[in-house]
Design a protein around this ligand. Sequence first.
Ligand code: ZN
Length: 209
Amino acid sequence: MPDFPATTALIVTDVQNDFCPGGALAVPDGDAIVPVVNALARRFATVVLIQDWHPADHLSFASQHPGRAPLETVEMPYGPQILWPDHCVMGTPGAALHPGLDIPHAALIQRKGMHREVDSYSALLEADRKTRTGLDGWLAARGIRSVVICGLATDFCVAWTALDARRFGLEVTVVEEASRAIDTGGSLARAWADMEAAGVRRVLRAEEL
Ligand SMILES: [Zn+2]
């Protein structure tokens, strides 16, 4: 039986093959969270799965910028963009949810990053900071006021989703043991500083929820 009310949702971010060891943009130890996330999800009546989902020529891919390499930064109309290896190309095995994920009661799979010109770390607002995925409306329609967020990677898609959830007025908690980071150029420390400044609650273990 869930021990959270239906008005608290769990958001499981980007637990996909390409973000796990052996994938195109592997987060160190990324697959280690799968059993933790499965156990956590059983405590929630409302679960949303997030799926990074790009066209093959997405402009966050270094391959679309001749002479540029992954982890370099380019200037896009909406600001700086880190370039990544090609990853989570829609319909490919790398974009699939990790096969160990066992959350049959998930109510929604929210895809993001489908517009070629704009990246979307956040599950709520694309990187132009204007285009909404629609998830905010879905959560509001269900009367959800509080979200618990976990997944990959802590310093990018988890953090951006957490910060945007605060912008939309939600209570937000991030569970560290159910998340893993990329941590490039100080990104993890910066992400936690930003989240704590925005009022995101940080818990190490799921038992602390
Ligand atoms: Zn992506």
